[in-house]
Design a protein around this ligand. Structure first.
Ligand code: ACM
Ligand code: ZN
Length: 750
């Protein structure tokens, strides 16, 4: 941070008597990401409708700034200010943009001063002014005129790369939504939009020379027979690149190679190692059909595609993917093997490296640089490649040690397709667990790097893979408010960050997000499970860990609304009921509605069987079943006894159902919670009660059921379907609500 003399004087004068001002700071000024330096003073400036905007000599991007400021102020306050700059320096009621000509200032640096004389934003470039505007907009109250607290801010980012990624291939999103996404990024001073445009499940960018990429490659036939897809025309892409540029955001396109390319192969099958035809994928995963690395045609095709991509995107970087490329076809392809021999490549990893380096060389010749996922380290890094570290931070550390630039996007903290709350509460997501606080606590520069190596960490990015985001509403839900946490990670200094302070500032940001119609995640009430069984009466306590929020609920099966009961003490039920509950935040944002079945039953009767053997009986039924009701006993393939509730390892069939029966021994009287984490449908019954029911195909989540049991032995039945190649299953239980463990073999009998 460099500081002009005048600012320093102003600053230090304030600092001398600002302990009270700082104490109040969080109340009126809630900027995210937190500025490097901020001093508040008592009082506020009111600007009137005919506010004058004045630009000093040499301010860049005047029209863009003015238009943006005017539109945003109007949206925020209802006041419309003219989109025209004032020719004379106004005396009052003014917002001044003043160009800084000090070479010590950074390109993204700005200062914002609000006092009795007006608003002054100083910066060196359009970017700096734009960030000054963002901070200004965040301190103006919503719908209360233009009333701005006195403040002095001097600010610049910690990292120069502040990214958000979006996969538009697994699910496709409209141009309007992409703009909304970019607007949200702009609000939080994020500066790079990584646009994932090609995948196994769809090719989404018009390429004039290869029309089949979008005629064929942009469309898939879903499992239910419907056609799904879409793509962006070159005109739409230009419109989005301009829209982003007007918000000082660079768009980096990703054209995946050599893997994740089934959609391209469906259009141009001759680019594969093996004969087609190929269909645009309608399942999620990693697929063995990839571009052939032995054919010259592959490279001329990709170069043609990249030439059109370069024309559309002015970005210095082009992302070329490089992740998750199976080498199986290359191993048995004569042309790939010939290439390896000719080029002296020892293995298929080196062939992948050859592929990437050849593409890099082409792009360098066009004055562009490549970014690739961290697999591009395998077999040797292309000379000028930037590495996006996603399988943890290790790839990034290795690349930085090799003096390559790095962008950190580890799955642990930066995958916004992961769950942000307990997965028995949340809508289905891909897996993982990255709640807001975890994102907030991410440190992009690993301690393993020395000072010199640390300079290669350009910044960080959140990745938004959309397998489980069918709608733009769901995308919003997954990124907000986590984008706020990430914005602070990449902008604010390490010492600047404070979780409690951030949470307090979030109060105002929930209001802003609500005002901008962003379907933000709000924590749903915790407590109870999906199915709760009781004998006499049941007492259910709930809680939500969010400031300024309350819980409302209904017991009559209707969705909670403004007329519903507000939760103040544990809910007591005497009869079978469905309790529906929801968190309501002061901002007006609401959580998803949880629906809990609470079922009154007679106490379970312990079985009297004796002489039981250990383990449970199982049978495997051949077939690809979509739900439990479809299972028939027609094709029983195999029967036996198992001691763990799992799919047996040695079954050759890819798809089947499994029925497990026997007894479970309960050692002590307690309330037991049964857990099932699964991808495909599963049911767990005790006695004749269905305790846990997991519905939905290819739908990773957990379901829970809770029941009281006395010491004894009870019939148990588990039915599970394997309809997805990578399906897995976990069945566990616990007697204390939390510490779930797999059911031990010593408790299982038949
Ligand atoms: C990735 O998530 N496959 C980069
Ligand atoms: Zn090949």
């Amino acid at each position: 941070m460099r500081t002009s003399i005048s600012f320093l004087i102003l600053f230090s004068m304030q600092v001398m008597n600002t302990s009270t001002a700082i104490a109040q700071a969080n109340k009126s000024v809630s900027i995210i990401p937190k500025p490097a330096r901020i001093v508040e003073a008592t009082g506020s400036l009111s600007l009137k409708e005919d506010v004058k905007i004045f630009f000093s000599e040499g301010v860049d991007d005047k029209e863009i700034l003015l238009s943006y400021l005017s539109d945003q102020l109007n949206e925020l306050t209802g006041v419309r200010i003219p989109k025209k700059g004032s020719r004379k320096l106004p005396a009052s009621n003014k917002i001044i943009f003043k160009k800084v000509n000090d070479h010590n200032w950074g390109e993204e640096e700005y200062s914002l001063i609000v006092d009795a004389t007006g608003v002054l934003i100083e910066a060196k470039s359009g970017k700096g002014f734009f960030y000054g505007i963002q901070s200004l907009l965040q301190i103006i109250p919503i719908n209360a005129g233009i009333k701005i607290p006195y403040v002095k801010i001097l600010d610049e980012p910690r990292y120069k790369y502040r990214g958000m990624h979006l996969d538009v291939c697994r699910h496709f999103f409209s141009v309007d939504f992409i703009k909304k996404y970019i607007d949200l990024m702009a609000m939080y001073k994020m500066n790079t939009f990584h646009w994932h445009l090609t995948e196994d499940q769809g090719w989404r960018i018009e390429i004039k020379k290869y029309p089949k990429l979008t005629d064929i490659g942009a469309w898939r036939i879903e499992k239910d027979g419907t056609r799904y897809g879409g793509f962006y025309t070159q005109d739409q892409i230009k419109e989005i690149v301009k829209y982003a540029s007007d918000r000082f955001i660079t768009v980096i396109p990703e054209i995946e190679l050599p893997g994740h390319s089934v959609a391209a192969l469906s259009a141009y099958p001759h680019l594969a190692c093996v004969d087609g035809p190929f269909n645009v994928e309608n399942e999620w995963g990693v697929f063995k059909d990839v571009y052939c690395a032995g054919k010259e045609g592959t490279f001329s095709f990709l170069e043609d595609v990249l030439l059109e991509v370069i024309d559309l995107f002015p970005s210095k970087y082009i992302h070329i993917g490089g992740d998750e490329c199976p080498k199986t076809n290359w191993e048995s392809c004569d042309l790939c093997q010939k290439r390896m021999k000719e080029e002296g490549l020892k293995n298929e990893h080196e062939l992948q490296s050859y592929f990437i380096q050849r593409i890099e060389k082409f792009l360098l010749s066009k004055n562009r640089k490549i970014i690739g996922w961290d697999e591009i380290l395998e077999g040797g890094l292309a000379p000028e490649a930037t590495v996006m570290s996603w399988r943890g931070t290790e790839g990034g550390i290795e690349a930085a040690k090799q003096h390559h630039d790095v962008i950190m996007t580890p799955g642990s903290h930066c995958y916004f397709d992961h769950y942000q709350d307990d997965n028995y509460i949340e809508p289905t997501a891909i897996g993982g667990f990255s709640p807001l606080q975890k994102v907030y606590e991410f440190e992009p520069t690993p301690s393993e790097l020395n000072e010199d190596e640390a300079k290669y960490i350009l910044g960080a990015q959140a990745n938004v893979w959309t397998e489980y985001m069918h709608t733009s509403d769901r995308v919003e839900y997954m990124i907000a408010p986590r984008i706020c946490a990430l914005a602070e990670v990449v902008w604010s200094g390490k010492d600047q960050r404070n979780w409690n302070d951030f949470q307090t500032r979030m109060g105002h940001h929930y209001e802003l997000l609500h005002q901008k119609d962003i379907n933000s995640f709000i924590q749903a009430p915790h407590g109870g499970v999906n199915k709760n069984f009781f004998f006499d009466q049941m007492k259910l306590p709930f809680e939500v860990k969010l400031e300024d929020a309350k819980i409302r609920y209904s017991l009559d099966g209707t969705d909670p609304d403004d007329n519903s009961t507000i939760y103040t003490k544990p809910v007591v039920l005497k009869n079978t009921s469905t309790i529906k509950l929801q968190t309501v935040h002061k901002s007006g944002l609401t959580s998803k509605i949880r629906s809990l079945e609470c079922i009154k039953i007679s106490p379970l009767v312990s079985d009297t069987s004796s002489g039981l053997a250990t383990g449970l009986k199982y049978k495997i039924i051949k077939g690809k079943f979509n739900n439990i009701a479809e299972i028939t006993n027609d094709e029983v393939m195999e029967c036996g006894v198992l001691d763990k509730i799992k799919f047996p390892k040695d079954i050759e069939e890819e798809f089947y159902a499994m029925e497990i029966t026997g007894f479970i021994k309960v050692d002590k009287k307690a309330t037991y919670t049964f857990f099932n984490y699964a991808i495909d449908p599963t049911q767990i019954s005790i006695g004749n009660q269905l305790i846990v029911s997991h519905e939905g195909l290819n739908s990773r989540h957990e379901r829970r059921g809770r029941i009281h049991m006395d010491e004894g032995i009870y019939p148990i039945k588990i039915v599970m379907i394997k309809n997805t190649p990578y399906a897995n299953q976990q069945v566990s239980w616990c007697s204390n609500y939390f510490d779930q463990i797999p059911i031990k073999s010593e408790n299982l009998f038949h």
